[in-house]
Design a protein around this ligand. Structure first.
Ligand code: PLP
Length: 398
């Protein structure tokens, strides 16, 4: 075996050769993404490389030197995520992180300086207000505007960076990414899209004009509720260099085992999300007929205010459904009566979860607000469980 072939087998060669094209189907791309060229007697996906440092005689050359800077297991995962987020697109570069928040912070804190303005969504992930406080503590001005109705358009003037979260968590509003990105670019504003909820199979922000697609891989991307991970996909190598530099400074790196588990999970991404999206849609339709359910949101429902925009820019409507039950006690009875749905936070996993979002205190939602994440159970079982739990919550009303 040549040295190059040995490197490939270990996954230590920097480049992998994509075997898919932009026309390849999502399922094929998911099972092949980031795989090195096959080498006789070696596994298809090389195992995790556990190394704090690498042999480095003489000058500092070659891709792998120190484990905070680079790791071959990340290289393969980064290649895979890049292939899924931006199939066939030249120059795209991906950087993986220890968590979604590490990825979010990497973009915001590496790109904005004191005196700059950043536009955040008013209704995004509940850690964004903490991020806002920190940005302001560093002298960065923050404007917020709602996701719905493309409200952030009015806040763009002179901004350094626009942060979009669509669909937003937990309200599931959707904004027109291309419209916002065009306006931002015209004013010299960088655009980052949090693609956590949609996953790269549901939405491709770079194709819609974003400079960065950022996500928590903890959710649908890895899908088993056992890994924390984040990533940033950058439009070009220059932007990526800034993100890599930030990762080196802050050290928020994924462990090789997590990175490998994530890559392994990608092979089933299409299978998982297709079932989960179908389940979310079926649950939303079943809930739409129930008198106890108010403010039902799912971008896939034809009646949803986000439906038209979501249909234009999304390739799937996601696994999350949100709705409001009459009050806190009703919502707690509903959650306790579910058998197939775990009362847990997070979303996007193969086991359905639901929670009363108000229990955290961070989101502007009513006490009876439920964020429901559809898993990969059989659709009939899941819908029956949800309807039965609703009946139980009604029957136990005092
Ligand atoms: N972005 C969104 C939309 C999220 O929902 C979350 C977590 O729920 C994050 C980012 C942060 O991800 P992590 O928990 O992996 O840090």
């Amino acid at each position: 075996m040549t040295d190059r072939a040995k490197d490939r087998a270990r996954g230590t060669a920097r480049e992998t050769t994509p075997t898919t094209t932009p026309e390849t189907g999502d399922g094929t791309r998911a099972v092949r993404a980031g795989l090195p060229a096959p080498v006789k007697n070696e596994p298809a996906l090389p195992g995790p490389v556990f190394a704090a440092h690498f042999h480095l005689p003489g000058d500092v050359t070659g891709p792998y030197t120190y484990g905070r800077d680079t790791n071959p297991t990340w290289t393969l995962l980064e290649q895979a995520i890049g292939e899924l987020e931006a199939p066939g697109r030249e120059g795209v570069d991906t950087v993986v992180f220890a968590s979604g928040m590490a990825a979010v912070s990497a973009v915001l804190f590496s790109q904005a300086r004191a005196g700059d303005t950043v536009v955040l969504p008013e209704d995004g992930y509940q850690a964004l207000p903490l991020v806002r406080d920190q940005l302001e503590a560093y002298g960065i001005r923050v404007r917020t505007a709602p996701t719905g109705g493309d409200g952030q358009l009015a806040a763009l003037d002179g901004a350094r960076l626009l942060w979009i979260e669509t669909p937003s968590n937990p309200g599931l509003d959707v904004c027109d990414v291309r419209r916002l990105a065009d306006a931002a670019r015209a004013g010299g504003t960088l655009v980052a899209v949090d693609n956590t909820l949609a996953t790269p199979l549901g939405q491709r922000p770079l194709e819609l004009g974003a400079d960065f697609s950022v996500a928590s891989g903890t959710k649908g991307l890895t899908g088993h509720g056992d890994v924390l991970l984040g990533y940033v996909v950058c439009r070009d190598a220059q932007l990526a260099a800034g993100i890599r530099r930030w990762r080196k400074i802050i050290g928020a790196i994924p462990g090789p085992m997590e990175a490998w588990l994530a890559h392994r999970s990608l092979a089933t991404l299409q299978l998982r999300v297709q079932r989960q999206w179908a389940n979310a849609s079926a649950v939303a339709e079943a809930l739409a007929d129930r008198a106890e359910v108010a403010a039902l949101r799912y971008p896939g429902l034809v009646s949803d205010p986000s439906h038209a925009t979501a249909s234009r820019q999304m390739r799937g409507y996601g696994s999350v459904v949100s709705f409001t039950l009459p009050d806190r006690a009703f919502a707690e009875r509903f959650l306790a009566a579910l058998h197939l749905v775990e009362d847990a936070t997070s979303f996007g996993g193969v086991r359905s979860t639901a929670e009363r979002r108000g229990r955290w205190g961070g989101d502007a939602v009513p006490e009876g607000f439920i964020r429901f994440s559809a898993g990969a159970e059989d659709t009939e079982d899941l819908v029956a469980d949800v309807l039965r739990a609703l009946d139980a919550a009604v029957a136990d009303r005092v």
